[in-house]
Design a protein around this ligand. Structure first.
Ligand SMILES: Nc1ncnc2c1ncn2[C@@H]1O[C@H](COP(=O)(O)OP(=O)(O)OP(=O)(O)O)[C@@H](O)[C@H]1O
Ligand SMILES: [Mg+2]
Length: 256
């Protein structure tokens, strides 16, 4: 019996390698002991072995997608304090965390003053999307424009935009902190237009839409862009004082 088990074990290890499922090779033995002790059926044992492989595959897949997303830091929706930011509707954010908006190629726009949680919520929602199996990429608005300018210089702008459409979600952080010149504004417009009704964006900005004309240096481009962004979007206006300054500086002293 022992010798038979050892022989079967070698076979299982061989098959696990052939299937590129190494966790089956590592885990079948302790699970078999548990199964014997607990009197599992053959089906229950097989299900336990397979579900472990699948769970660990999914976990490592989502860890890889989160790493590939190039988030600036680790921010989870679970860590967001909704009491401090009543303008963020908890149930809306939870809904966005399910990733349903991605299936409809909808956008999310987070507006508000510095430190009010825009980047935190953007990364939190995008992390959920990555965990759900979607490809996600994060950059600042200036980062995106630099990437597109470089592709444009190589004559590869259309190819780059097509490549980016394979990402279900792009996060464009900090629209408005640095104004764009005409070429950059055009590139940014093309990014927004290329995703319209096809793939989602999350944008964050410290400026209300009414001030975007200043950022893009052109009211026509700004309004054409806002049109495309908000046609299918959740726009969330965050308010209040910076969370960064909590307990450090009183806001009324900031001006001095
Ligand atoms: N409601 C909140 N609950 C928990 N942490 C928060 C909350 N709001 C902000 N923070 C934290 O405060 C810091 C600043 O928030 P965040 O980076 O999201 O601000 P922001 O709105 O993107 O600001 P900026 O416009 O300057 O980029 C982060 O470390 C973030 O995790
Ligand atoms: Mg930010």
């Amino acid at each position: 019996m022992k010798a038979q088990a050892a022989g079967a074990g070698k076979d299982i290890e061989y098959y696990a390698r052939a299937l590129r499922a190494p966790r089956i090779g590592d885990g079948y033995r302790p699970l078999a002991d548990t199964a014997r002790e607990a009197g599992w059926t053959h089906e229950e044992y097989l299900a336990a072995v397979l579900s472990r492989e699948v769970a660990e595959r999914e976990a490592s897949g989502s860890a890889l997608r989160i790493k590939a997303a190039r988030f600036p830091g680790h921010k989870m929706l679970e860590d967001f304090n909704f009491e401090h930011q009543p303008a963020a509707d908890r149930s809306l954010i939870a809904h966005l965390g399910t990733g349903v908006f991605l299936e409809e190629a909808k956008n999310v726009v987070l507006l508000g003053p510095p430190g009010t949680g825009k980047t935190h919520l953007a990364v939190g929602i995008a992390t959920r999307a990555a965990q759900a199996g979607h490809r996600v990429l994060f950059d600042s608005a200036t980062g995106w424009v630099a990437r597109l300018a470089e592709a444009h210089a190589r004559g590869q702008l259309a190819a780059e935009l097509a490549k980016l459409r394979r990402y279900k979600l792009l996060v464009i952080d900090e629209v408005g902190y640095i104004p764009f010149d005409q070429d950059s504004a055009n590139l940014f417009f093309q990014l927004v237009a290329s995703r319209y009704e096809r793939a989602s964006l999350i944008l964050t900005s410290n400026l209300a839409f009414s001030r975007w004309a200043d950022v893009f240096g052109d009211a026509t481009i700004a309004s054409a862009m806002i049109d495309r962004i908000v046609r299918h979007a959740e726009v969330i206006n965050l308010t209040g004082n910076s969370y960064r300054l909590q307990g450090r500086i009183k806001p009324q002293n900031l001006a001095h």
